[in-house]
Design a protein around this ligand. Structure first.
Ligand SMILES: CCCC[C@H](NC(=O)[C@H](Cc1ccccc1)NC(=O)N1CCOCC1)C(=O)N[C@@H](CC1CCCCC1)C(O)(O)C(F)(F)C(=O)NC
Length: 331
C-alpha cells in the first residue's frame, strides 16, 4: 500500500494546525482530522458527543456504519500540553487516509471534549501518529493507524511535507523524491515514552555563528510553534528590536514591523533554515501591531518541541523500521 493526503491549514491567517480528510466506516463518513505525531489516540467528535459541545464539527456516527463494533468496556481520556482534553468510548471500524485502509482501527468516540475543541470548528478530531505506547485506551491500549497500516505499506514510513500558509501533504508507505532536495539526514529516535524524540545538532541565529550543541526534542506535527531552551530563545530575541517576553501574551512578542533573523537548526551535518516569515507567527490579536514569535521557551513544558514552524521548513520522514529513525531533508 501507499497513500497521500492533503494537510491543509485550518486558518488562512496563520498556521495554527493542519487537517487531513479521512473516511470512517461503511458507507464512508468523511471527517477532517489533525494528524498529530505528539500523541497516539485516534479520537473523533461523534454522535455520542453532547450537542452542547459540538459547534460545526463533523461527527462519526458508529450506528450508521455497518462495519462498526463497540469495543466493550473500553474507555479513553487524554489531556494535551495546551490544557485541552477529551474522553469517551471506543469502537473499531474501517478507517482510510489517502487510500490506505485499516480494516479494524480503534476509533475513540468523544463523550466529552474541552471548550477549546468545541470552539475549534475546523478540527473533527485527531489521528495520533506517536508510538502506540502513549495510547490512553483502558483496559487494553490500542494501536495507531500507522502501526496497524505498517505491515501492508510498501515501506514502513510516513512523511510530512507541511507548508507555510498553504496545503502540504502526508504520504504513507513511500518517500516522494520530488518533495525534497539533496539528501535525507537520518538520526536515531528515542521511543521512550512514545514521542518521535531526536537530538538536533545545534542552532544559529540569522547569519551568526552556528552553535554545535545537542538539543533533544520531539518532532510534533500537532504543535503550532517551536519550543526550545530559554538560552537559545533569548539569544534569538536579542537580535529583534523591541522584543520582550510578555507575561500577558504568554511569550515573546515584538513589533510586527521588526526585522527578524532566520533561525537555523542542525540535524547531523545538515542545516535547516526557518525563514523570518515563519518566525513571526501572528499578530497577538487581529490588526494589532504586536506580533507573537514562532519560537518560544520550553522551560514551562518539560520537553523541547519542534512543531509546525520548524517542520514546514523541511521534508520529514518518520521511519517506522526497527529501530525507528527520523529523516530531515531540505525542500
Ligand atoms: C505548549 C505545548 C504544546 C501545546 C500544543 N498545542 C498547540 O500547539 C496548539 C494547537 C492548537 C491547534 C488548533 C486549535 C487550538 C490549539 N496551539 C497553541 O497552543 N498556540 C498558542 C501559541 O500560538 C500558536 C497556537 C499541544 O498540546 N499539542 C498536542 C496536540 C494538539 C492538542 C490541541 C488540539 C490540536 C492538537 C500534542 O499532542 O502535539 C502534544 F504533543 F503537545 C501533546 O500534548 N501530547 C500529549
Amino acid at each position: 500500500d501507499t497513500g497521500s493526503a492533503a494537510a491543509t491549514p485550518i486558518d488562512p491567517r496563520f498556521d495554527i494546525a493542519y487537517v487531513t480528510p479521512v473516511t470512517i466506516g461503511t458507507p464512508p463518513q468523511t471527517l477532517q482530522l489533525d494528524l498529530d505525531t505528539g500523541s497516539s489516540d485516534l479520537w473523533v467528535f461523534s454522535s455520542h458527543t453532547p450537542a452542547s459541545q459540538v459547534r460545526g464539527q463533523r461527527i462519526y456516527a458508529p450506528d450508521k456504519s455497518t462495519t462498526s463494533k463497540l469495543l466493550n468496556g473500553h474507555t479513553w481520556s487524554i489531556t494535551y500540553g495546551d490544557g485541552s482534553g477529551s474522553r469517551g468510548n471506543v469502537y473499531t471500524d474501517k478507517f482510510t487516509i489517502g487510500g490506505v485502509t485499516v480494516k479494524s482501527q480503534a476509533i475513540e468516540t468523544a463523550q466529552q471534549v474541552s471548550s477549546s475543541f468545541t470552539t475549534e470548528d475546523a478540527i473533527d478530531g485527531l489521528v495520533g501518529l506517536g508510538f502506540s505506547t502513549l495510547n490512553t485506551v483502558s483496559p487494553n491500549g490500542q494501536l495507531t493507524f500507522f502501526d496497524n497500516a505498517k505491515p501492508n505499506l510498501d515501506s514502513p514510513v510516513f512523511t510530512a511535507d507541511l507548508k507555510y500558509m498553504k496545503p502540504g501533504t502526508y504520504d504513507f508507505g513511500f518517500i516522494d523524491k520530488t518533495k525534497y532536495t539533496g539528501e535525507i539526514t537520518y538520526v536515531p529516535v528515542e521511543t521512550d515514552p512514545g514521542y518521535w524524540t531526536f537530538t538536533s545538532s545545534g542552532y544559529g541565529v540569522g547569519s551568526g555563528t552556528f552553535s554545535s550543541s545537542p538539543i533533544t526534542g520531539i518532532a510534533d506535527t500537532g504543535t503550532s510553534l517551536v519550543y526550545l531552551p530559554t538560552a537559545i530563545v533569548t539569544a534569538y530575541y536579542r537580535q529583534v528590536q523591541g522584543a520582550t517576553n510578555s507575561r500577558s501574551y504568554g511569550g515573546y512578542v515584538f513589533p510586527c514591523n521588526s526585522t527578524l533573523p532566520a533561525f537555523v537548526f542542525g540535524v547531523g551535518e545538515a542545516k535547516f533554515t526557518i525563514p523570518p516569515s515563519y518566525m513571526s507567527y501572528a499578530a497577538v490579536t487581529d490588526g494589532s501591531p504586536t506580533c507573537f514569535g514562532g519560537l518560544q521557551s520550553s522551560s514551562g513544558i518539560g520537553v523541547n518541541i519542534w512543531g509546525d514552524v520548524a517542520l514546514k521548513a523541511a521534508f520529514v520522514v518518520f521511519n517506522g523500521e526497527e529501530p525507528p529513525t527520523i529523516g530531515w531533508a531540505n525542500k
